[in-house]
Design a protein around this ligand. Structure first.
Ligand SMILES: [Zn+2]
Length: 274
């Protein structure tokens, strides 16, 4: 398949949503690609499925996103400043209040994990009034099963938005809404889905398995940081595994510490500036 055909296939088959006249397509379950970036994304995917060097066969052990075979993270030390984009919540006062609360709680939970691990001088979240590194914005997703979408450290500055859809604000909710945001912040820090690991898919039927996000998707690869953890904040509830409240597990905290303790400027990690 060539990149143009693949980009068309994504346009035809992927879920999409619009913000400010721009169309975003959902790939890899909760990652978004703006329409004008689709072709570049398709080229990345095709390059990744036919890599010049095979990816490391590390299937046994939180999952870091990788670029060029190296785990990615922010350039340290980093303060990931954030704000809730109030304009996107126009006419939705209940959702706005709830967003302020769940985003504050979820960022505080990651900050507590950083403190516990002694890495809070290297990485932490902080709410600010203006010029944040990233925003939390409301998005009217058409799909009732789509809760929120995030970005990774290597995404363009214009893509640094965590979009939260109506499903997250439904009360009562099957999922813990704070947990939904904790999960999205895991992507923001550089973590991929725990359920892409082979262990998560044991016993799954071939059709569900074939529809799973792959170890290498787009320009991102994966590298395991800890043993498989069905209780991970990055694990969707599926195949009898995962949780509905998306707490930070001990393994999540250990993986967080491991990724953000790799020496800066070393060959072991690719860092991206805010
Ligand atoms: Zn996710």
């Amino acid at each position: 398949m060539d990149a143009v055909t693949l980009a068309e296939k994504i346009m035809n088959e992927a879920k999409s949503f619009e913000i400010d006249g721009a169309t975003y397509y959902i790939v890899e379950q909760d990652r978004k690609v703006e329409e004008s970036h689709l072709l570049a994304y398709a080229e990345e995917i095709l390059a990744a499925v036919n890599p010049a060097t095979p990816p490391p066969a590390a299937l046994e052990r939180l999952v870091a996103a990788t670029v060029d075979g190296k785990p990615i993270r922010w350039q340290l030390p980093v303060v990931l400043t954030w704000a809730v984009d109030k304009a996107t919540f126009a006419g939705k006062p209940r959702e706005l209040e709830m967003a302020k609360s769940i985003c504050a709680q979820a960022t505080a939970d990651w900050n507590a994990a950083a403190r516990e691990n002694g890495i809070d001088d290297r990485v932490r979240f902080e709410q600010v009034g203006n010029n944040p590194v990233f925003r939390f914005a409301f998005a009217q997703f058409g799909d009732p099963n789509l809760y929120a979408v995030a970005f990774f450290p290597n995404d363009a500055r214009t893509e640094r938005v965590v979009n939260i859809g109506p499903a997250t604000f439904v009360e009562p909710n099957d999922f813990d809404p704070v947990g939904v945001v904790r999960h999205e912040l895991g992507h923001v820090l550089g973590f991929r889905h725990e359920h892409i690991r082979a262990e998560a898919q044991e016993g799954m039927n071939w059709w569900d398995k074939s529809n799973m996000e792959k170890w290498i998707t787009g320009g991102l690869g994966a590298e395991t940081l800890t043993d498989y953890d069905s209780q991970s904040v990055m694990h969707y509830p599926l195949n009898g595994r995962g949780t509905l409240d998306f707490q930070l597990s001990d393994a999540d905290k250990a993986g967080f510490k491991k990724l953000y303790s790799l020496p800066s400027g070393s060959d072991e990690v690719r860092e991206f500036p805010v």
